[in-house]
Design a protein around this ligand. Sequence first.
Ligand SMILES: [Zn+2]
Length: 109
Amino acid sequence: MKLFTDQLAVMQDITTRIDGLCDLLNDLMLFARPRPLQVTTFHLRALIDDGVAFLKRDESLRTIEVTIDGRITAHLVFFDRHGWYCEHGRTCPAVGHAKKYNGQIARVS
Ligand SMILES: [Zn+2]
């Protein structure tokens, strides 16, 4: 009967671990769920500078030459029930860029 008791303990341990994995997966799915787009403003230049700093830190990427001109045009790109649009109009290049990158940060000259 000891063998059965040992087997039962192993089965209970497996069940407990599977339940733990299910909880972990549920937490991950909850974390990764689609959320409504939140429009906000931020300092784009600081983000660009961070990207350039990243390139310079990586030895294999240091040969990439980056030029940032000082004529930065701010684009407020929106997505709502009317679709994508920028404060400069629907044909602004920033709209296409925002669509391409699903609303993530973009810079358009
Ligand atoms: Zn624009």
